[in-house]
Write a protein that binds this ligand. Structure first.
Ligand code: BGC
Length: 754
């Protein structure tokens, strides 16, 4: 299809019309020219295709589909292959259902455990979120179906989500909040990007030229089209100019008219409208020309796949020898979630599952009894319910409490206000644990919870929101038919107040200041040396692993080279299992505040008992860099970096040091207010200063106080040196006693500035 030729035949009204949706889920057709409309649908962990009467909140039912594990769970897989396979299945279901673009993945950073949509997001870590979303996108798009990576950008709370301004410095945005999008664009080129509702430093994402054009297209090379989140448009004309191609769902023609008027009034270049149309049509035809409605969609097969995937995602948090359970023992399943698991979150990602398998369903022939324990929707547990649960627990060898957050506790549209489980469930767990020493808790939640009973139970399995076959996966793991291999994609703090965003999260009115900067999640807890409940990257298995023998391809590199890191991982236990080898990098000494370590590589490795394998990572400049505001670029400071491998951010088993030399000199213009320290620490400037340094030293009495003991005690050598280092250049006039003229000082400054 010659898209340019097609657009050139369209009237201005037709073009403006094409820049907004027909309804909730379709782009507009241009019938006169035979341009069809295409459909977009929510996901991203299943297909939420609404038939008639679409509404983005899902009030009207969508077609029956397969609910796979949500992103909170799939992130815990630390498995690119799994995300790729998930994407392929979603892509195939879209082909079958004639959906051109699935609205996801959602990759916003989990700034706080409170965000209502954390269950849809991957991680507190941008590297993990970026890598996994890229794998998912590549999977979907391999089926000739598009994705819409969302919500671009800095959309980290639901509270006041359509009006709040996420206020952060550029380094924080670049290193944390934009980074997953950047990785996904560079590695997977999503067909579309969905801009977020919120403003960023005061400007709506939907009309932000820096975000939508300069960074997204100019720097990262995005080639598709940008659509708005549903209702995210404020000033449509500013949006078109900024690079927002498609407004969704529609404005009933109101905003289309504004585009036409702006072009007629000379306020908006028609070429900009043409370009938006070209982008939208290029994607639409990319789907249309490769549409395969005959693609089969075997929902039963996807159900089984979702069970397998969920088992790869669930995280074993605690196991004091209680798991796996024996199939010949009597086991009590307690808690309503054993019967009706909470396996997905509420809102636009809600899937109409064609079936679900609960843990009770999955228990089948096993010797399992059941007590309801609590009423999830009613958020209560009567004394009778607890008594019944205690009796069941007492009669069994082990008790498994299926607990978690009810739907009303976390959802799109609002944030949580605390990190606690329902009080009735905590009460139940404590009562059951008191009745049976072999108590295990299985958690169903999209975000961290406090565990006041942790010391009283022998096992904890974090199931997250594992999709419609979550119960099947949980039973396979509990009874040892599968071996847990999920690792936490986020820190579980001991309490909410420990979270770095605690004082600022939610903001004041519409102003949300990201004052913790780059210290999000483990970047903060590690820097503060704080105890956490469970660290980022943590997860147990029924076997054990060890990482050792970390080797570097070089001891010294420049920031233009790559470094190859090899580490050996061994299954040191007696069962087959999968290890997650994590690679962290940290700058030993830097002029800017940096985290102790940051994830820069991970690999999931299947190992037979006793087997060991070498895992290789390649680190490039970006692994060592931070965002330098003055350079307006990624920058590596020369010096030593730690390279660490382990099985969590707090379980580092092997490490080495590499020296990286920078080939870039950040620009520095010195003034008379610049202090000597900065000049002396800059080798180039120091070279210019050297010839006169001795004179200046003596001027400030460097070398310490005078001859007498009293003078020496008053001004030590260290203090004199410190005084000089913190002295501005202009002080040479103040303290020089006329030895240096202002003209001479200006001359020196010119020399230093080169
Ligand atoms: C959500 C998006 C979703 C859209 C369409 C919005 O409210 O923020 O994630 O894709 O609705 O349902």
């Amino acid at each position: 299809m010659d898209i340019k030729a097609l657009v050139s035949q369209m009237t201005l009204e037709e073009k403006a019309g094409l820049c907004s949706g027909l309804d909730s889920w379709h782009t507009k057709p241009v019938e006169r020219l035979g341009v069809p409309s295409v459909m977009v649908s929510d996901g991203p962990h299943g297909l939420r295709k609404q038939d008639q009467k679409g509404d983005h909140l899902g009030i009207n039912d969508s077609i029956k589909a397969v609910c796979m594990p949500a992103a909170c769970a799939t992130a815990a897989s630390f498995d690119r292959e799994l995300l790729g396979k998930l994407g392929e299945r979603i892509g195939a279901s879209c082909q079958h259902e004639e959906v051109a673009v699935v609205l996801g993945p959602a990759v916003n950073i989990k700034r706080s455990p409170l965000c209502g949509r954390n269950f849809e997001y991957f991680s507190e870590d941008p590297y993990l979120a970026g890598e996994l979303s890229a794998a998912y996108i590549n999977g979907v798009q391999s089926k000739d179906v598009g994705t819409s990576i969302k919500h671009f950008a800095a959309n980290n709370q639901e509270h006041r989500r359509m009006s709040s301004s996420s206020n952060a410095d550029e380094r924080t945005l670049r290193e944390i909040y934009l980074a997953p999008f950047e990785t996904a664009v560079k590695k997977a080129q999503p067909w579309t990007v969905m801009c977020s509702y919120n403003r960023i430093n005061g400007t709506y994402a939907s009309e932000n030229p820096w975000l939508l054009t300069e960074v997204l297209r100019g720097e990262w090379g995005f080639e598709g089209y940008v659509m708005s989140d549903w209702g995210a448009v404020s000033d449509r004309v500013a949006g078109v100019a900024a690079g927002l191609d498609l407004e969704m769902p529609s404005s009933g023609g109101v905003n289309d008219k504004k585009i036409v008027e702006a072009v007629r009034a000379g306020k908006l270049d028609e070429a900009v409208v043409d370009r938006a149309c070209e982008r939208i049509l290029a994607i639409n035809y990319r789907y249309l020309e490769n549409a395969k409605p005959e693609t089969p969609w075997d929902q039963e097969a996807d159900h089984e796949l979702s069970a397998q995937m969920a088992a790869e995602c669930m995280v074993l948090l605690k196991n004091d020898g209680v798991l796996p359970l024996s199939k010949s023992d009597d086991i009590a399943f307690i808690g309503e979630f054993a019967e009706k698991p909470r396996f997905q979150g509420g809102g636009s990602s809600h899937i109409n599952s064609f079936k679900t398998t609960s843990a009770l369903d999955a228990a089948g022939e096993l010797r399992v009894t059941y007590a309801r324990g609590y009423d999830a929707a009613g958020d209560c547990a009567t004394d009778e319910m607890i008594a019944e649960a205690v009796a069941a627990a007492k009669a069994a060898k082990a008790a498994v409490v299926f607990a978690g957050l009810p739907d009303s506790y976390e959802s799109e549209g609002y944030d949580r206000t605390h990190m606690a489980l329902p009080a009735c469930q905590n009460r139940l767990i404590e009562a059951v644990a008191a009745a049976n020493p072999n108590t295990v808790v299985v958690l169903h939640n999209g975000s961290p919870v406090e565990m006041p009973w942790l010391d009283q139970v022998k096992g904890v399995l974090e199931a997250y929101l594992g999709g419609q076959a979550a119960g099947l996966a949980a039973v396979r793991l509990l009874f040892g038919d599968a071996n847990p291999c999920g690792h936490l994609p986020e820190t579980f703090p001991k309490k909410l107040a420990d979270n770095p965003s605690y004082l600022f999260y939610g903001g004041e009115g519409d102003e949300v200041d990201y004052r913790e900067g780059v210290f999000v999640g483990y970047r903060y807890y590690d820097k503060k040396e704080m105890d956490v409940l469970f660290p980022f990257g943590y997860g147990l298995s029924y076997t054990t692993f060890a990482c050792s023998n970390l080797r570097l391809s070089a001891e010294k590199i420049t920031d233009r080279d790559t470094l190859t890191v090899t580490v050996t991982v061994k299954n040191t236990g007696s069962r087959a299992g999968k290890a997650v080898v994590q690679l962290y990098v940290g700058d030993k000494k830097s002029t800017v505040k940096r985290p102790v370590r940051e994830l820069k590589g991970f690999e999931k490795v299947a190992l037979a008992p006793g087997e060991s394998r070498d895992v290789t990572f390649t680190l490039d400049k970006r692994a060592f860099a931070y965002w330098n505001a003055a350079l307006h670029d990624w920058h590596v400071e020369s010096g030593e970096f730690t390279v660490e491998a382990g099985q969590s951010s707090r379980d580092i088993e092997a490490s080495a040091t590499v020296t990286v030399e920078s080939t870039v000199q950040p620009p520095h213009r010195y003034t008379l207010d610049s202090i000597f320290m900065d000049i002396m620490d800059d080798p180039r400037a120091m070279a210019a200063l050297q010839p006169v340094l001795e004179g200046i030293n003596s001027m400030f009495g460097a070398g310490g106080g005078g001859e007498s003991e009293v003078a020496k005690a008053a001004i030590s050598e260290e203090m004199a040196l410190a005084m000089l280092r913190y002295m501005p250049l202009r002080a040479v006039i103040s303290f020089g006693g006329g030895a240096v003229s202002p003209e001479q000082l200006e001359g020196l400054l010119r020399l230093i500035n080169g």
